[in-house]
Structure formats: structure tokens, C-alpha cells
Design a protein around this ligand. Structure first.
Ligand code: 5AD
Ligand code: SF4
Length: 461
């Protein structure tokens, strides 16, 4: 094999992209590629792009402009410097990327990452840029499993993809077009990946998918398994201390998933359940296929199963036709639920989606103002949630040394960063921590001698 070549991946967007970046590293490792933190000294740079919101494509072209200069520098030094574009912009723009930026060597969509080594080799051989034809195929069986070196580098928490794509067709969203139809991975593959990760020190597994609770992968019994059933099975794997899943659609939550929160100690009581809007008119226009009350009842069912559960959500403000009254209904819903945190976005029309054809655009200044009102409400709820931790003893999974010498950082069940002074052999352990203060979004505390108490969540209705 040639001497190691350096690979730099710059990821934008969702956790699926973070995960995919890891899979690309795994796919390229057998070709002698090792990861580097800098684009400057890389031999191959992959832009792992996101198309979900505004200006995604423009951002990619401006990044590519910078990479082109690095490629020119490398050429002057007689060094090969390759550029690949992956992710959803690659999927959406295809050949257009090569046309607009000829410095690009390869364009590859999310369904085809297992072709990356071959594509790069072919582009090199033929001396021309290549684009995959983006076939929708079984990508799941084709990538190599996570490699031990790479697992260690990732630390104590890892993503495992369980499904990809989405059949929900929310009217604003490009995912069903860029990521394609919903596909679930077979249970056996997920168990194998999880066992491998756990054997190499991973303690927390987050099952990910664009619509993760639509999961219906084939079980060892030849029948489709639900996400709830899968979680029960994964909780049996030695070494797995914590399980999470993201992102869920309210319509696909079933009793088994809710019950899993009562039954599985390893399943963390923090659920990302996007609602997008609190107005039934807007929810209908978004093709969400649930009402605000359906969502409220769902939250109640989760809370009845496990009072510790806290929620996060996504919101879109300024969807076409959103009136002040619709927006106030969103604020009211947020008030009632009481979130531990949430993401809110200004609506941006995505070409090819039904909402992009809608006429009644909300004025940009109105969108800005609504975003600010919503964010300040969510921020105050998040601050209240974090403040409520002060004086309590909570379990923390320790991840790594923090910036201050002697300090170790980990995460609570609710993904709050928590810092203690301790030796680094606590990394990888879940230990009780008594929280004494808050520094921005981080909890500060000390290792406790008594076990953590379950904490009923107090904010919200
Ligand atoms: N405009 C604004 N936000 C969007 N999202 C998805 N599509 C759009 C869009 N066109 C948001 C949704 C989704 C999150 C991942 O991104 O809130 O849940
Ligand atoms: Fe997009 Fe809706 Fe599918 Fe989420 S559920 S990925 S918002 S279409």
C-alpha cells in the first residue's frame, strides 16, 4: 500500500451527516486514508453537504472556491489534492457541481458512499471528474463495519444508523427527495455494529435516521421489528449503558416505544420530537398529518410512562400563510409543553417541494421578529431546565478531558455537558455528580458518593 494519505471531511447539517462522515472514513481506510483536522495538508477533502435550509448550495460553491485555491497550491508543489462533494447538495445538484466548479473530482450522493474508493480511483485513472448516478440501492449492507482505530477515536458515544430516507413528505422538506424512500436496516446488522462498538469501549449508542421511529427492519425471526423492540434487544448488549434515538415523527410513535421508556433503564429520558408549529392550519398546510392536540396527548403519554422525560423539538416560523394568530398558537404550545431545548428556523423554500409553490410568503422582517420571540421563550425554558439541575445529583457519562487541566467533561441524561475535577480514568464511566453551579450551558459539579436520584421534570404544564 502507498504511504498514508490524509483525508479531511467537512460536514454540514444533521447528525446523519456526522455519521455518514464516519462511514466515509471507514470506507476509505482500506485505501490508506487517515483523517486530518485540516484541509490545508489533506490529500483528499470531502465536503459533506446539507440541503435542508437556505443558501446551502451557495455555501458549497463558496467552500469549493477556497478548496480550488488549495488545489492550485498543491499542484505547484507537485502534490495531488482531490476534492469530493458528498451529502444532499451533491444529490440535488449532481453534475451541475462539476460544471460550476471544475476543480471537483467526484460528486457522490448519500446512497453511494460505498462507491467512493472506486469513484476516486476511476476519476484519477480517467483524468476527469465523475458523478455517481445516484441509484437507490441497499447501501446498508455494503459499507465496511466500523474500524477499531476509528471507533477509539470517536470516544464513548457513537451513532448507529437504523433507517434512512423518509416517506412523510412534509410539504417544506427536501429529505424525501434527497435521501429517498424510507429504508430500514436489518436488526442483525444493527446488533453486529452495536456489539462491535461496545467491545471497543463505546458506552452510549444513538440510533439515528431521518424518521427513526418509522423503523421496521427485518428481525432474526424474518418479521419486521419496531424501534421499541430493537431498543429492548440492544439494551441486552454488554457494555451498552445508554441508548438514544433521533429524529422521531409524532405519527410514528407507538405504544411499544413509549413503554420502552418505562421498561429500559438504558433508554435516556430525552426525546427529540419535532412539532414544527402549534397551529392546526399550518400543520395541515405542512402535511404533518397531526394536530397540536394530537401532539399534546402524545407528550402526556410519554410523561405518564416516565415522568423524567424531557423533550426537544424543531420549529419553523414564517411558513407560507402563517398569521400572527398561528404563530401565537406555536408560542402557546411551547408554553404548555415546556422544552429542555429546541431548534427554531425561518422557513426557506426548497426547490421541488410543494410549499415552494405556495404564494403567501411571510415578510422577512416578520419572520425575524417571530424567530426572536420564539427563541427567547425557548431559551428561557432551557435556562430554567438547566437551573433546576443545581443542587441535584445526576448521572453523567464521562467523555473526555475538558479544556481546563484536571477537568473531565461528560453528559447528563439530557445531553447537558457536565464538568468535574477528576482523574481521566473516569472516562467511559457513568457516575453520579452533584451539580453546584451553571456556566452558560454547562453544569459544574463534583463526583458524588450517593447514587443519582431520578428527577421529575418540573417545567411546563
Ligand atoms: N425551511 C426551514 N426549516 C426547515 N426544516 C426542514 N425544512 C425546512 C425548510 N424548508 C427544519 C425542520 C426540520 C429540521 C431538521 O429542519 O424544522 O425538523
Ligand atoms: Fe422531512 Fe417531514 Fe420526513 Fe422530517 S418527517 S425528514 S421534516 S419529510
Amino acid at each position: 500500500m502507498d504511504q498514508p494519505r490524509k483525508l479531511h471531511i467537512k460536514s454540514f447539517g444533521c447528525q446523519m451527516n456526522v455519521y455518514d462522515a464516519q462511514r466515509m472514513v471507514d470506507a476509505l481506510a482500506p485505501q490508506g486514508f487517515v483523517e486530518t483536522a485540516n484541509a490545508d495538508d489533506a490529500d483528499l477533502v470531502i465536503l459533506n453537504t446539507c440541503h435542508i435550509r437556505e443558501k446551502a448550495a451557495e455555501k458549497v460553491y463558496s467552500e469549493l472556491g477556497k478548496l480550488k485555491l488549495l488545489k492550485q497550491d498543491a499542484a505547484q508543489q507537485g502534490r495531488r489534492f482531490e476534492i469530493a462533494v458528498a451529502g444532499c447538495v451533491a444529490q440535488a445538484e449532481g453534475e451541475e457541481i462539476i460544471r460550476r466548479q471544475p476543480a471537483v473530482d467526484v460528486v457522490v450522493g448519500p446512497q453511494s458512499y460505498h462507491h467512493l474508493p472506486d469513484l476516486l480511483a476511476q476519476a484519477r485513472r480517467e483524468g476527469r471528474a465523475l458523478e455517481t448516478e445516484f441509484p437507490v440501492e441497499d447501501k446498508f449492507g455494503l459499507l465496511p463495519p466500523p474500524q477499531p482505530e476509528a471507533i477509539r477515536a470517536r470516544g464513548v458515544s457513537a451513532f448507529v444508523t437504523v433507517q434512512e430516507g423518509c416517506d412523510k413528505f412534509c410539504s417544506f422538506c427536501v429529505v424525501p427527495y434527497t435521501r429517498g424512500a424510507e429504508m430500514s436496516r436489518p436488526v442483525a446488522q444493527i446488533i453486529a455494529d452495536t456489539e462491535r462498538l461496545a467491545a471497543h469501549g463505546v458506552r452510549e449508542i444513538t440510533l439515528i435516521g431521518q424518521n427513526v421511529n418509522a423503523y421496521h427492519g427485518e428481525g432474526p425471526d424474518g418479521r419486521p421489528w419496531t424501534l421499541g423492540r430493537l431498543l429492548h434487544r440492544l439494551a441486552e448488549i454488554p457494555g451498552v449503558a445508554r441508548l438514544r434515538y433521533s429524529t422521531s415523527h409524532p405519527l410514528d410513535v407507538d405504544d411499544e416505544l413509549i413503554a420502552a421508556h418505562r421498561e429500559l433503564a438504558a433508554l435516556m429520558p430525552f426525546v427529540h420530537l419535532p412539532v414544527q408549529s402549534g397551529s392546526d392550519t399550518i400543520l395541515a398546510a405542512m402535511n404533518r398529518r397531526h394536530t397540536a392536540d394530537d401532539y399534546r396527548r402524545l407528550i402526556d403519554r410519554f410523561r405518564a410512562a416516565s415522568p423524567e422525560i424531557a423533550f426537544s423539538s424543531d420549529f419553523i416560523v414564517g411558513f407560507p400563510g402563517e398569521s400572527e394568530r398561528d404563530f401565537v398558537a406555536t408560542l402557546a404550545l411551547v408554553e404548555q409543553i415546556g422544552y429542555a431545548g429546541a431548534y427554531s428556523f425561518k422557513y426557506s423554500p426548497r426547490p421541488g417541494t410543494p410549499a415552494a409553490e405556495m404564494q403567501e410568503m411571510v415578510a422577512p422582517a416578520v419572520m425575524d421578529e417571530r424567530l426572536e420571540r420564539l427563541q427567547s421563550l425557548i431559551d428561557s425554558q432551557q435556562a430554567a431546565f438547566n437551573t433546576a439541575a443545581i443542587g441535584t445529583t445526576v448521572d453523567v457519562l464521562f467523555e473526555r478531558a475538558a479544556r481546563h487541566p484536571g477537568q473531565i467533561v461528560g453528559r447528563t441524561a439530557y445531553l447537558q455537558p457536565a464538568h468535574v475535577m477528576a482523574s481521566d480514568d473516569i472516562i467511559g464511566q457513568v457516575l453520579p455528580v452533584t451539580i453546584h453551579s451553571l456556566e452558560r450551558y454547562s453544569l459544574l459539579g463534583e463526583l458524588a458518593s450517593r447514587p443519582a436520584e431520578p428527577k421529575p421534570v418540573t417545567i411546563g404544564a
